[in-house]
Design a protein around this ligand. Structure first.
Ligand code: NAP
Ligand code: ZN
Length: 340
Protein backbone atom coordinates (compact mmCIF):
# COMPACT_ATOMS: atom_id res chain seq x y z
CA UNK A 1 0.00 0.00 0.00
CA UNK A 2 1.16 3.50 -0.73
CA UNK A 3 -0.28 5.83 1.90
CA UNK A 4 0.91 8.93 0.04
CA UNK A 5 -1.90 8.59 -2.48
CA UNK A 6 -5.27 8.30 -0.77
CA UNK A 7 -8.13 7.52 -3.12
CA UNK A 8 -11.63 8.79 -2.38
CA UNK A 9 -14.33 6.44 -3.55
CA UNK A 10 -17.91 5.32 -3.00
CA UNK A 11 -18.33 1.76 -1.76
CA UNK A 12 -21.05 -0.64 -0.68
CA UNK A 13 -20.20 -2.32 2.60
CA UNK A 14 -22.65 -5.18 2.09
CA UNK A 15 -24.96 -6.74 -0.51
CA UNK A 16 -27.37 -4.19 -2.01
CA UNK A 17 -26.35 -1.44 0.43
CA UNK A 18 -26.31 2.24 -0.46
CA UNK A 19 -22.83 3.44 -1.40
CA UNK A 20 -20.98 5.62 1.05
CA UNK A 21 -17.70 7.52 1.02
CA UNK A 22 -14.72 5.20 1.36
CA UNK A 23 -11.03 6.09 1.38
CA UNK A 24 -8.16 3.74 0.61
CA UNK A 25 -4.53 3.92 -0.45
CA UNK A 26 -3.19 3.28 -3.94
CA UNK A 27 -1.56 -0.13 -4.41
CA UNK A 28 2.01 -0.17 -5.72
CA UNK A 29 1.88 -0.15 -9.51
CA UNK A 30 2.98 -3.29 -11.38
CA UNK A 31 5.48 -2.83 -14.24
CA UNK A 32 2.77 -2.53 -16.90
CA UNK A 33 0.25 -0.64 -14.75
CA UNK A 34 -0.91 2.93 -14.98
CA UNK A 35 -2.73 5.03 -12.38
CA UNK A 36 -5.53 7.13 -13.81
CA UNK A 37 -7.07 10.26 -12.29
CA UNK A 38 -10.75 9.70 -13.03
CA UNK A 39 -12.86 12.48 -14.48
CA UNK A 40 -15.92 10.43 -15.52
CA UNK A 41 -17.40 7.01 -14.88
CA UNK A 42 -20.56 5.56 -16.42
CA UNK A 43 -23.01 3.43 -14.44
CA UNK A 44 -23.62 0.07 -16.10
CA UNK A 45 -26.32 -2.34 -14.99
CA UNK A 46 -23.48 -4.83 -14.35
CA UNK A 47 -22.52 -2.56 -11.44
CA UNK A 48 -26.02 -3.16 -10.04
CA UNK A 49 -25.71 -6.95 -10.53
CA UNK A 50 -22.36 -6.81 -8.70
CA UNK A 51 -23.73 -4.58 -5.95
CA UNK A 52 -26.50 -7.11 -5.35
CA UNK A 53 -24.03 -10.02 -5.68
CA UNK A 54 -26.26 -11.51 -8.41
CA UNK A 55 -23.28 -13.41 -9.85
CA UNK A 56 -21.75 -14.52 -6.52
CA UNK A 57 -18.40 -12.87 -7.27
CA UNK A 58 -18.66 -9.65 -5.25
CA UNK A 59 -16.49 -8.88 -2.24
CA UNK A 60 -17.21 -5.95 0.08
CA UNK A 61 -16.30 -3.13 0.50
CA UNK A 62 -17.26 -2.96 -3.17
CA UNK A 63 -16.33 0.07 -5.30
CA UNK A 64 -18.24 -0.32 -8.61
CA UNK A 65 -17.39 1.29 -11.94
CA UNK A 66 -15.97 0.08 -15.22
CA UNK A 67 -16.77 2.83 -17.76
CA UNK A 68 -13.84 4.99 -16.72
CA UNK A 69 -12.31 8.04 -18.37
CA UNK A 70 -9.41 10.03 -16.99
CA UNK A 71 -5.79 11.04 -17.39
CA UNK A 72 -2.72 8.91 -16.71
CA UNK A 73 -0.89 10.26 -13.66
CA UNK A 74 1.63 7.51 -12.89
CA UNK A 75 3.14 4.61 -14.80
CA UNK A 76 4.89 1.34 -13.96
CA UNK A 77 8.51 0.74 -14.97
CA UNK A 78 7.66 -0.86 -18.34
CA UNK A 79 5.18 1.81 -19.47
CA UNK A 80 6.49 4.63 -21.67
CA UNK A 81 6.77 7.88 -19.65
CA UNK A 82 5.35 9.88 -22.52
CA UNK A 83 1.88 8.63 -21.68
CA UNK A 84 1.62 10.73 -18.53
CA UNK A 85 -1.26 13.16 -19.01
CA UNK A 86 -2.84 11.15 -21.83
CA UNK A 87 -6.65 10.88 -21.77
CA UNK A 88 -7.61 7.22 -21.69
CA UNK A 89 -10.55 4.94 -21.01
CA UNK A 90 -10.82 1.66 -19.12
CA UNK A 91 -13.83 -0.60 -19.57
CA UNK A 92 -14.81 -3.95 -18.06
CA UNK A 93 -11.27 -5.33 -18.37
CA UNK A 94 -8.27 -3.92 -16.52
CA UNK A 95 -5.84 -6.63 -17.60
CA UNK A 96 -5.27 -10.16 -18.88
CA UNK A 97 -2.37 -12.63 -19.04
CA UNK A 98 -1.18 -11.40 -22.50
CA UNK A 99 0.38 -14.84 -23.10
CA UNK A 100 -2.41 -17.31 -23.82
CA UNK A 101 -3.68 -18.10 -27.34
CA UNK A 102 -6.67 -15.79 -26.84
CA UNK A 103 -4.51 -12.84 -25.76
CA UNK A 104 -1.96 -13.50 -28.49
CA UNK A 105 -4.70 -13.48 -31.12
CA UNK A 106 -6.12 -10.20 -29.87
CA UNK A 107 -9.07 -11.62 -27.95
CA UNK A 108 -8.09 -10.50 -24.45
CA UNK A 109 -11.76 -10.44 -23.49
CA UNK A 110 -11.75 -14.24 -23.79
CA UNK A 111 -8.62 -14.78 -21.66
CA UNK A 112 -9.30 -17.16 -18.76
CA UNK A 113 -7.14 -14.98 -16.51
CA UNK A 114 -8.58 -11.63 -17.53
CA UNK A 115 -9.07 -9.18 -14.67
CA UNK A 116 -12.34 -7.29 -14.44
CA UNK A 117 -11.95 -3.67 -13.41
CA UNK A 118 -14.28 -3.87 -10.41
CA UNK A 119 -14.35 -7.55 -9.47
CA UNK A 120 -11.99 -8.32 -6.59
CA UNK A 121 -10.50 -4.85 -6.97
CA UNK A 122 -11.75 -1.30 -6.61
CA UNK A 123 -13.41 0.27 -9.65
CA UNK A 124 -14.19 3.67 -11.05
CA UNK A 125 -16.64 5.33 -8.63
CA UNK A 126 -13.53 6.96 -7.25
CA UNK A 127 -10.94 9.64 -7.83
CA UNK A 128 -8.39 7.17 -9.15
CA UNK A 129 -8.07 3.68 -10.59
CA UNK A 130 -5.23 1.39 -11.58
CA UNK A 131 -5.17 -0.78 -14.72
CA UNK A 132 -2.70 -2.51 -17.02
CA UNK A 133 -1.61 0.31 -19.34
CA UNK A 134 -2.33 -1.88 -22.37
CA UNK A 135 -6.01 -1.81 -21.35
CA UNK A 136 -6.07 1.98 -20.98
CA UNK A 137 -7.34 2.88 -24.44
CA UNK A 138 -6.58 6.34 -25.88
CA UNK A 139 -9.76 8.28 -26.53
CA UNK A 140 -10.07 10.11 -29.86
CA UNK A 141 -10.06 13.92 -29.46
CA UNK A 142 -13.46 14.11 -31.15
CA UNK A 143 -15.15 12.20 -28.31
CA UNK A 144 -15.89 14.23 -25.16
CA UNK A 145 -15.13 12.32 -21.95
CA UNK A 146 -18.76 12.13 -20.81
CA UNK A 147 -19.70 10.40 -24.07
CA UNK A 148 -16.60 8.21 -24.13
CA UNK A 149 -17.41 6.66 -20.74
CA UNK A 150 -20.59 4.74 -21.74
CA UNK A 151 -18.94 3.55 -24.95
CA UNK A 152 -16.27 1.71 -22.92
CA UNK A 153 -18.70 -0.99 -21.76
CA UNK A 154 -22.22 -0.41 -23.12
CA UNK A 155 -20.87 0.67 -26.52
CA UNK A 156 -18.34 -2.08 -27.09
CA UNK A 157 -20.67 -4.81 -25.79
CA UNK A 158 -23.21 -4.14 -28.52
CA UNK A 159 -20.81 -2.94 -31.23
CA UNK A 160 -18.70 -6.13 -31.11
CA UNK A 161 -21.42 -8.71 -31.87
CA UNK A 162 -23.09 -6.46 -34.46
CA UNK A 163 -19.74 -5.91 -36.18
CA UNK A 164 -18.94 -9.64 -36.10
CA UNK A 165 -22.38 -10.50 -37.53
CA UNK A 166 -21.52 -8.34 -40.56
CA UNK A 167 -25.15 -7.94 -41.56
CA UNK A 168 -24.56 -4.79 -43.62
CA UNK A 169 -27.66 -3.82 -45.54
CA UNK A 170 -30.95 -5.67 -45.99
CA UNK A 171 -30.76 -7.25 -42.56
CA UNK A 172 -33.09 -6.62 -39.65
CA UNK A 173 -31.76 -6.44 -36.13
CA UNK A 174 -34.01 -6.75 -33.11
CA UNK A 175 -32.88 -4.98 -29.95
CA UNK A 176 -34.56 -6.15 -26.74
CA UNK A 177 -34.50 -3.50 -24.00
CA UNK A 178 -33.88 0.19 -24.66
CA UNK A 179 -31.45 0.99 -21.87
CA UNK A 180 -27.74 1.82 -21.73
CA UNK A 181 -26.72 -1.00 -24.08
CA UNK A 182 -29.92 -1.06 -26.12
CA UNK A 183 -29.97 2.60 -27.16
CA UNK A 184 -26.41 2.25 -28.48
CA UNK A 185 -27.23 -1.05 -30.23
CA UNK A 186 -30.00 0.71 -32.16
CA UNK A 187 -27.56 3.37 -33.37
CA UNK A 188 -24.78 0.94 -34.33
CA UNK A 189 -27.14 -1.47 -36.11
CA UNK A 190 -28.68 1.41 -38.05
CA UNK A 191 -25.27 2.83 -38.97
CA UNK A 192 -24.19 -0.62 -40.18
CA UNK A 193 -27.12 -0.59 -42.60
CA UNK A 194 -29.71 -2.77 -40.87
CA UNK A 195 -33.35 -2.07 -40.23
CA UNK A 196 -34.01 -2.08 -36.48
CA UNK A 197 -36.91 -3.33 -34.40
CA UNK A 198 -36.91 -2.36 -30.71
CA UNK A 199 -38.68 -4.63 -28.22
CA UNK A 200 -39.39 -2.62 -25.11
CA UNK A 201 -41.49 -2.84 -21.95
CA UNK A 202 -41.76 0.96 -21.85
CA UNK A 203 -44.18 2.45 -24.40
CA UNK A 204 -42.98 5.95 -23.47
CA UNK A 205 -39.60 5.19 -25.07
CA UNK A 206 -41.09 4.83 -28.57
CA UNK A 207 -40.46 8.41 -29.68
CA UNK A 208 -36.84 8.33 -28.50
CA UNK A 209 -36.33 4.95 -30.17
CA UNK A 210 -37.46 6.34 -33.52
CA UNK A 211 -35.35 9.47 -33.04
CA UNK A 212 -32.18 7.40 -32.68
CA UNK A 213 -32.99 5.27 -35.71
CA UNK A 214 -35.42 2.46 -34.84
CA UNK A 215 -37.75 1.56 -37.70
CA UNK A 216 -40.21 -0.39 -35.58
CA UNK A 217 -41.05 -0.23 -31.89
CA UNK A 218 -42.82 -3.19 -30.32
CA UNK A 219 -44.23 -2.65 -26.86
CA UNK A 220 -43.86 -5.86 -24.93
CA UNK A 221 -46.89 -7.19 -23.18
CA UNK A 222 -44.81 -10.29 -22.45
CA UNK A 223 -46.71 -12.67 -24.76
CA UNK A 224 -48.48 -11.47 -27.87
CA UNK A 225 -46.41 -8.64 -29.34
CA UNK A 226 -43.27 -10.63 -30.01
CA UNK A 227 -45.19 -13.40 -31.74
CA UNK A 228 -46.65 -10.78 -34.07
CA UNK A 229 -43.06 -10.20 -35.24
CA UNK A 230 -42.53 -13.87 -36.14
CA UNK A 231 -39.82 -14.51 -38.73
CA UNK A 232 -38.70 -10.91 -39.17
CA UNK A 233 -35.22 -10.58 -37.62
CA UNK A 234 -31.80 -11.88 -38.74
CA UNK A 235 -30.21 -11.13 -35.41
CA UNK A 236 -31.73 -10.27 -32.04
CA UNK A 237 -29.58 -8.67 -29.39
CA UNK A 238 -31.04 -9.22 -25.92
CA UNK A 239 -29.81 -6.49 -23.59
CA UNK A 240 -32.16 -6.93 -20.63
CA UNK A 241 -30.91 -7.81 -17.12
CA UNK A 242 -33.79 -10.24 -16.51
CA UNK A 243 -35.11 -13.57 -17.77
CA UNK A 244 -37.32 -13.43 -20.87
CA UNK A 245 -39.71 -15.79 -22.68
CA UNK A 246 -36.77 -16.76 -24.92
CA UNK A 247 -38.71 -19.09 -27.20
CA UNK A 248 -40.80 -16.12 -28.36
CA UNK A 249 -37.67 -14.29 -29.43
CA UNK A 250 -36.47 -17.36 -31.33
CA UNK A 251 -39.79 -17.26 -33.15
CA UNK A 252 -39.13 -13.64 -34.11
CA UNK A 253 -36.02 -14.78 -36.02
CA UNK A 254 -35.86 -15.60 -39.71
CA UNK A 255 -34.51 -19.08 -40.64
CA UNK A 256 -30.79 -19.25 -39.78
CA UNK A 257 -31.26 -16.25 -37.49
CA UNK A 258 -29.42 -15.87 -34.21
CA UNK A 259 -30.27 -14.66 -30.74
CA UNK A 260 -27.27 -13.00 -29.13
CA UNK A 261 -27.48 -12.64 -25.36
CA UNK A 262 -25.53 -9.80 -23.81
CA UNK A 263 -27.84 -9.04 -20.88
CA UNK A 264 -26.52 -10.97 -17.90
CA UNK A 265 -29.66 -12.03 -16.03
CA UNK A 266 -28.87 -14.30 -13.12
CA UNK A 267 -30.30 -17.81 -13.53
CA UNK A 268 -30.81 -20.19 -16.40
CA UNK A 269 -31.94 -19.79 -19.99
CA UNK A 270 -34.49 -22.46 -20.86
CA UNK A 271 -35.40 -23.13 -24.48
CA UNK A 272 -37.23 -26.03 -26.12
CA UNK A 273 -34.76 -27.83 -28.45
CA UNK A 274 -37.32 -27.88 -31.23
CA UNK A 275 -37.39 -24.08 -31.31
CA UNK A 276 -33.70 -24.10 -32.22
CA UNK A 277 -34.00 -26.94 -34.75
CA UNK A 278 -37.01 -25.51 -36.52
CA UNK A 279 -35.50 -22.84 -38.79
CA UNK A 280 -31.90 -23.64 -37.73
CA UNK A 281 -31.80 -20.88 -35.14
CA UNK A 282 -28.83 -20.32 -32.88
CA UNK A 283 -28.29 -18.69 -29.54
CA UNK A 284 -24.99 -17.42 -28.20
CA UNK A 285 -23.47 -14.97 -25.76
CA UNK A 286 -21.04 -12.12 -26.27
CA UNK A 287 -18.63 -10.62 -23.75
CA UNK A 288 -17.64 -6.94 -24.06
CA UNK A 289 -14.88 -6.74 -26.73
CA UNK A 290 -11.13 -6.85 -27.27
CA UNK A 291 -8.86 -3.83 -26.96
CA UNK A 292 -8.65 -3.69 -30.74
CA UNK A 293 -12.44 -3.82 -31.04
CA UNK A 294 -12.71 -0.91 -28.56
CA UNK A 295 -10.46 1.18 -30.81
CA UNK A 296 -12.56 0.19 -33.85
CA UNK A 297 -15.71 1.06 -31.93
CA UNK A 298 -14.41 4.56 -31.14
CA UNK A 299 -13.45 5.11 -34.79
CA UNK A 300 -16.84 3.88 -35.99
CA UNK A 301 -18.63 6.08 -33.45
CA UNK A 302 -16.74 9.18 -34.62
CA UNK A 303 -17.31 8.35 -38.29
CA UNK A 304 -21.05 7.84 -37.82
CA UNK A 305 -21.68 10.48 -35.16
CA UNK A 306 -22.87 7.93 -32.61
CA UNK A 307 -23.24 9.39 -29.14
CA UNK A 308 -24.86 8.01 -26.03
CA UNK A 309 -27.78 9.84 -24.46
CA UNK A 310 -26.61 10.60 -20.95
CA UNK A 311 -27.59 12.02 -17.58
CA UNK A 312 -24.68 13.61 -15.71
CA UNK A 313 -24.39 13.29 -11.91
CA UNK A 314 -21.74 14.58 -9.53
CA UNK A 315 -19.96 11.53 -8.07
CA UNK A 316 -21.46 12.24 -4.65
CA UNK A 317 -24.97 11.75 -6.09
CA UNK A 318 -24.21 8.17 -7.08
CA UNK A 319 -27.04 6.71 -4.99
CA UNK A 320 -29.61 8.95 -6.69
CA UNK A 321 -28.36 7.79 -10.09
CA UNK A 322 -28.40 4.13 -9.05
CA UNK A 323 -31.98 4.57 -7.82
CA UNK A 324 -33.11 5.91 -11.19
CA UNK A 325 -31.37 3.05 -12.99
CA UNK A 326 -33.00 0.45 -10.74
CA UNK A 327 -36.40 2.03 -11.47
CA UNK A 328 -35.72 1.90 -15.24
CA UNK A 329 -36.06 5.69 -15.44
CA UNK A 330 -32.55 6.43 -16.75
CA UNK A 331 -32.34 8.04 -20.22
CA UNK A 332 -30.21 6.20 -21.08
CA UNK A 333 -26.86 6.15 -19.29
CA UNK A 334 -25.79 7.86 -16.07
CA UNK A 335 -22.29 9.28 -16.06
CA UNK A 336 -20.69 10.25 -12.75
CA UNK A 337 -18.43 13.30 -12.82
CA UNK A 338 -15.63 14.04 -10.40
CA UNK A 339 -15.80 17.72 -9.53
CA UNK A 340 -12.40 19.37 -9.71
P1 NAP B 1 -30.13 -0.82 -18.36
O1 NAP B 1 -29.58 0.50 -18.77
O2 NAP B 1 -30.81 -0.95 -17.06
O3 NAP B 1 -31.09 -1.31 -19.53
C1 NAP B 1 -31.77 -2.52 -19.46
C2 NAP B 1 -33.12 -2.39 -20.16
O4 NAP B 1 -33.76 -3.66 -20.10
C3 NAP B 1 -34.06 -1.43 -19.49
O5 NAP B 1 -33.88 -0.10 -19.88
C4 NAP B 1 -35.40 -1.97 -19.95
O6 NAP B 1 -35.68 -1.49 -21.26
C5 NAP B 1 -35.17 -3.47 -20.10
N1 NAP B 1 -35.84 -4.22 -19.05
C6 NAP B 1 -36.86 -5.08 -19.24
N2 NAP B 1 -37.26 -5.61 -18.07
C7 NAP B 1 -36.51 -5.08 -17.12
C8 NAP B 1 -36.46 -5.23 -15.71
N3 NAP B 1 -37.28 -6.05 -15.05
N4 NAP B 1 -35.54 -4.51 -15.02
C9 NAP B 1 -34.70 -3.68 -15.65
N5 NAP B 1 -34.70 -3.50 -17.01
C10 NAP B 1 -35.60 -4.19 -17.74
O7 NAP B 1 -28.96 -1.92 -18.35
P2 NAP B 1 -27.63 -1.96 -19.24
O8 NAP B 1 -26.55 -1.22 -18.54
O9 NAP B 1 -27.96 -1.66 -20.64
O10 NAP B 1 -27.23 -3.51 -19.08
C11 NAP B 1 -28.12 -4.50 -19.57
C12 NAP B 1 -27.60 -5.89 -19.24
O11 NAP B 1 -26.39 -6.12 -19.98
C13 NAP B 1 -27.22 -6.12 -17.77
O12 NAP B 1 -27.63 -7.42 -17.41
C14 NAP B 1 -25.71 -6.02 -17.77
O13 NAP B 1 -25.12 -6.75 -16.71
C15 NAP B 1 -25.40 -6.66 -19.11
N6 NAP B 1 -24.08 -6.36 -19.66
C16 NAP B 1 -23.42 -7.37 -20.27
C17 NAP B 1 -22.21 -7.16 -20.86
C18 NAP B 1 -21.52 -8.26 -21.60
O14 NAP B 1 -20.31 -8.23 -21.79
N7 NAP B 1 -22.26 -9.25 -22.07
C19 NAP B 1 -21.63 -5.87 -20.80
C20 NAP B 1 -22.34 -4.85 -20.19
C21 NAP B 1 -23.58 -5.09 -19.62
P3 NAP B 1 -37.21 -1.24 -21.73
O15 NAP B 1 -37.74 -0.19 -20.81
O16 NAP B 1 -37.02 -0.80 -23.14
O17 NAP B 1 -37.92 -2.55 -21.63
ZN1 ZN C 1 -20.73 -2.77 -18.05
Amino acid sequence: MNGEFPIDAFAAMSQGAALRPYRYARDDLGPYDVAIAITHCGICHSDVHLLDNDWNVTSYPFVPGHEIVGAIIATGSEVARSRIGERVGVGWLAGSCMECPQCLSGNENLCRQSRATCVGRHGGYATEVCADGRFAVPIPDAVPSEYAAPLLCAGITVFAPLHRAGLKSHGRVGVVGLGGLGHLAVQYAKAMGSAVTVFSTTAAKAEEAHRIGADRFVTLDRRDSTVAEAGTCDLILATVPVDLPWAEYLRALKPNGALCIVGAAPGEIKIPAVDLIDGQKSIYGSAVGSNHAIREMFQFSVQHGITPTIELYPMKEVNRALGRLRENRMRFRAVLVNEV
